[in-house]
Design a protein around this ligand. Structure first.
Ligand SMILES: [Zn+2]
Length: 271
């Protein structure tokens, strides 16, 4: 029996506002890649919605949920506005409102907003070697500093970008995931290999990739968190050349130009 028939037999629908939630049960031979292909859902969405024990070894019968259209939930944090959330997803307020059938700009803490994958990333600044993996404020630069926790003079091997818990983290460039897991003070960390360069993403609250996976530039790879040695939600971002850390700011657009909006029309469904 084909995957599609299984899908039709086993999937159940439930409408939740602006998306349908699908339930799929893992069949013998399924992999994340095959499920992603046959059900037309991105791997990042599957991993973002499901706490899979090991994304490389799915268990038969294991339930996987995902929304149609493809997308993720963002839970509104204190101080968030629709505009600040739109910036973090590199999209626009109007698209975010449309995706959630909102008629006003009023949102509340704890509210769950749906962000379709299709509207994410339209405002990446693509002008440098890497794109900014998170939209936020640089809270600590690369180089010598007094460590905020140990209070000792120490070398900071990346830049810290402060952003609310659950903010999306995007791949700075195309590459292969070399590591995704707990790594001491880094907490949950992802390491992406781009050949000569590698990028590392620390303190994540969620990881939406698996080791060995090829990811495209701008792909959602996880969420901002405060895991490991951290004073609050932020992304620790490193750029390494042949494994040796270097100043990420050299390879990124100006921090004042993290967000560059291209024309909105082509994202509004006009093919
Ligand atoms: Zn750091």
């Amino acid at each position: 029996m084909s995957k599609l028939v299984f899908f039709l037999l086993l999937a159940t629908f439930s409408q939740v506002f602006s998306y349908f939630l699908m339930h799929y049960y893992v069949q013998p031979g399924d992999t994340l890649f095959s499920i992603s292909k046959s059900l037309s859902v991105s791997i990042s969405t599957i991993l973002d919605w499901n706490d899979l024990r090991d994304p490389r070894k799915l268990r038969i019968g294991e339930e996987i949920i995902f929304p149609i259209p493809d997308g993720v939930i963002y839970k509104v944090e204190k101080g968030d506005t629709l505009e600040s959330i739109a910036l973090r997803f590199f999209t626009t307020t109007s698209l975010l409102k449309a995706a959630n059938s909102l008629t006003t700009d009023v949102i509340y803490e704890g509210q769950k907003l749906f962000v379709p994958t299709e509207i994410m990333g339209m405002a990446f600044n693509d002008s440098s070697k890497f794109i900014w993996p998170v939209y936020g404020i640089i809270s600590s630069g690369y180089g010598w500093r007094i460590h905020p926790i140990t209070k000792k003079w120490s070398f900071h091997t990346g830049v810290d970008i402060a952003a609310p818990l659950g903010s999306p983290v995007f791949a700075a460039d195309d590459g292969v995931v070399k590591f995704a897991g707990k790594n001491g003070g880094y907490g949950n960390m992802i390491l992406i290999d781009h050949g000569k360069y590698q990028t590392a993403y620390g303190h994540l609250s969620k990881m939406d990739v698996f080791v060995g996976e090829y990811v495209k530039r701008g792909r959602l790879i996880g969420r901002v968190g405060s895991t490991g040695i951290s004073t609050g939600p932020h992304l620790h971002f490193e750029v390494r050349i042949y494994g040796k850390h270097t100043n990420p700011l050299v390879y990124l657009p100006s921090p004042r130009k993290m967000y560059v909006l291209k024309e909105e029309e082509k994202w509004m469904g006009g093919e």
